[in-house]
Design a protein around this ligand. Sequence first.
Ligand SMILES: N[C@@H](CCC(=O)N[C@@H](CS)C(=O)NCC(=O)O)C(=O)O
Length: 219
Amino acid sequence: MPKIELISFKLCPYVQRSVITLLEKNIPFDVTYIELDNKPDWFLEISPLGKVPVLRINDDDILFESAVINEYLDEITPPSLHPEDPFAKARNRAWIEFGSSLLMTSHRLRTAEDEESLEKERSLLLTQLNQLEAQLKGGKFFNGERFSLVDTAYAPVFCLIDLLDRHFNTGLLEHLPGLKNWSNNLLQRPSVKGSVVEDYEERVLQRLQDSSAILIRQS
Ligand SMILES: N[C@@H](CCC(=O)N[C@@H](CS)C(=O)NCC(=O)O)C(=O)O
């Protein structure tokens, strides 16, 4: 097994995807935290986009982009968390990409500074969540009973939605029973619980307090 170091920011949902994969696959790893508003020079040298997660392998080789990092981690530790069938696998990859877009919408919703932007992002997020709901086939996870790589991509979205629903009454999953069930199953999973720092919730809320987000001003 190569030596794995994950370069992280404590509240990054994309990093969280990779932590879930590392935990699911029992891969030993070290975490190095950085602050995004004060990126160290060594990080800027190795991170082509200046973004986390970055995976450093054997102190030398660098990978970036959470979906790609996850594919690599999955491939070095068979059996794969992807479905075997080529179409099913490709479809899962497509929906992983969709998950990134959902994360970006939820970020814009959290950071919206006025009522109009908040409503715009809330409406887009609900549209995207409805699209996702239509893809579910029943069962505990995206593909049914088997936990897959695609689930690692959505678990951080559901952590954030759950937090928003509990603290700001956003009711985002109210009319989406399939997603509610999927979310409940993911949030109970040990790898998902173990993918965030102990004071995750306080940190997310503190970050909102420190911002001019309308969500916090309304609450
Ligand atoms: N598409 C990237 C997105 C990663 C990303 O946006 N990470 C954020 C933190 S959550 C970041 O590092 N942003 C750089 C910055 O804020 O300067 C991935 O999936 O890894």
